[in-house]
Ligand binder design. Structure first.
Ligand code: NAP
Ligand code: ZN
Length: 349
């Protein structure tokens, strides 16, 4: 086993603290890389707090991981020692079901293995531990290449916030001629704005935070609507082809559905801890669709990383010391993120 260091919650809701643990040895198909930076996703906070389901503890969160390869297994062909490497939300899947064959490992019929808070049924059955740690061992197929042209710390959030917003934009072919609303300007939301603009859509940010307007415009958004201002909301009624909903907390679905045009699609990527009730009339009138999307497959994640290298797209980040993770969580909970915290893993030493 490989001795590793990380920051873990020992039980649900516990403060994250330093914890020594072990990773599996590097197998013939594995890549080991030292973690240089790891992004902080709202999903980390949801899972540490058991917001969605009973988690596996101790829990080391983190699924926006970039670093440098230190060891490769005998059968590894795509990575060598010294290469940059990255891993997102998944570390394994069955590879045999229709979804895996279609490059949709996130929807694996036999269950994808997530980077943390999961058990790897395809290897040793042991719990997985995420990127708030000094080193990680991942099956080669789930390791991505990142460009050395982009700043590495700001690349980390692409592995979740990036792919989670890129994938639905591509799936629904959102671009020129479409009015896209991005609901919630946080980690995912700010990446959705960048991708929406790069793909040619007319982008509006729908936000509860009036103070984010200037930032939204700097990110490239064409319009900004404060969702707590009834007058601004009334003007936006029936105007969007798509809403990409990145909100992490309970919110008013019928209100946002009313902002869609006929045939409009409201795409949920945010995962509040409480279920919402949607009155059928909110979608019947105007033949609207309520849809969802989860991260993205491995092939598409690589495509997104290559797109970012080509278009010079990275996340806007605040680089933090791992000791400040709890303050980052508190700020994230208040919507005070500009626009992704990234842990400098050198501070773990
Ligand atoms: P984040 O950085 O905290 O951003 C969430 C944003 O939602 C906030 O900045 C805020 O934006 C808005 N918001 C918060 N509370 C709200 C409320 N009560 N009503 C309306 N808006 C509110 O979080 P994130 O990391 O982007 O993650 C967002 C959500 O996506 C989380 O639930 C996360 O678990 C989920 N997620 C899903 C996937 C997937 O595969 N589907 C992947 C990653 C994350 P404003 O200040 O602009 O209102
Ligand atoms: Zn995430």
């Amino acid at each position: 086993m490989i001795a590793a260091k990380g920051y873990a919650a020992q039980k649900a809701g516990a403060t994250l603290e330093a914890w020594d643990f072990e990773r599996r040895e590097v197998g013939p198909h594995d890549v080991q890389f030292d973690v240089l930076y790891c992004g902080v996703c709202h999903s980390d906070l949801h899972q540490v707090r058991n917001d969605w389901f009973e988690g596996i503890f101790p829990m080391i969160p983190g699924h926006e991981i970039v670093g440098r390869v230190v060891k490769v297994g005998a059968h590894v062909t795509k990575f060598k020692v010294g290469d940059l490497a990255a891993t997102g939300c998944m570390v394994d899947s069955c590879h045999t079901c229709d979804n895996c064959k279609d490059g949709l490992e996130q929807y694996c019929d036999n269950g994808a293995v997530f980077t943390y808070n999961s058990k790897n049924q395809y290897t040793d059955g042991a719990p997985t531990y995420g990127g708030y740690s000094n080193t990680i061992v991942v099956k080669e197929e789930f390791v991505l290449h990142v460009s050395d042209k982009l700043p590495l710390a700001a690349t980390a959030p692409l592995l979740c916030a990036g792919i989670t917003t890129y994938s639905p934009l591509k799936h629904w072919k959102i671009g020129k001629g479409h009015k896209l609303a991005v609901l919630g300007l946080g980690g995912l939301g700010h990446m959705a704005v960048k991708f929406g603009v790069a793909l040619g859509a007319d982008v509006t940010v729908l936000s509860t935070s009036p103070k984010k307007e200037a930032d939204a415009k700097k990110l490239g958004a064409h319009h900004f609507v404060v969702t707590t201002d009834a007058e601004q909301v009334a003007k936006a009624k029936g105007s969007f082809d798509f809403i990409l909903d990145t909100v992490s907390a309970e919110h008013d679905f019928p209100l946002y559905l009313s902002l869609l045009r006929t045939n409009g699609v409201h795409i949920c990527v945010g995962v509040p801890s409480t279920p919402s009730i949607i009155p059928p009339f909110a979608i019947i009138a105007g033949r609207k669709s309520l849809a969802g999307s989860s991260i993205g497959g491995i092939k598409e994640t690589q495509e997104m990383l290559d797109f970012c290298a080509e278009h010079n797209i990275v996340s806007d980040i605040e680089l933090i010391d791992i000791k400040d993770i709890e303050t980052a969580y508190e700020r994230m909970e208040k919507g005070d993120v500009r626009y992704r915290f990234v842990i400098d893993m050198a501070t773990l030493k």
